[in-house]
Design a protein. Structure first.
Length: 147
């Protein structure tokens, strides 16, 4: 079986944008301490934002068949519900290929970072995570504007 990176050399550079979304289900008490800034490891949202941006930039190192893309912008935002944190990662570039994988990688990394920072609060008496779950990571929207 052969594995290869697709040749995009003949494609035109155009505006690309993708937004990925994902969410993590947490205990209500954990959501409260995140919002209050009382997580022992520090500012969960600031750290998850940095993790998302770094993951976007490092995508070709993690997903070997993706191309290095000159990213022009990464926007990360969060929404809170009673027992959910939702992350939206929007990536923009002028490139020969899309930025969906970068957006997905950013969202995934932000969610994993949140889990890492709050795992102490999520464990039950047996050291398990009965409620904690990363859910529905997907591409919400993709934009390609041709010249």
């Amino acid at each position: 079986m052969e594995v290869k990176m697709i040749d995009i050399g003949e494609k035109e550079e155009v505006y690309r944008e993708a937004t990925a979304v994902g969410r993590i289900r947490l205990k209500k008490e954990t959501i409260k301490i995140i919002k209050e800034g009382k997580v022992e490891k520090g500012d969960v949202i600031a750290t998850a934002t940095i993790a998302a941006i770094l993951a976007v930039k490092k995508t070709p190192e993690i997903l070997p068949l993706t191309h290095n893309i000159p990213i022009t912008s990464v926007d990360v935002r969060f929404e809170f519900e009673e027992d959910l944190v939702t992350v939206y990662v929007t990536v923009k570039a002028y490139a020969k290929t899309g930025v969906e994988m970068e957006a997905l990688n950013g969202a995934s990394s932000a969610l994993l970072n949140i889990w890492d920072m709050v795992k102490k609060y999520e464990k039950d008496e047996h050291g398990q995570y009965p409620m904690t779950a990363i859910e529905e990571i997907k591409v919400l929207e993709k934009v390609k504007k041709t010249k």
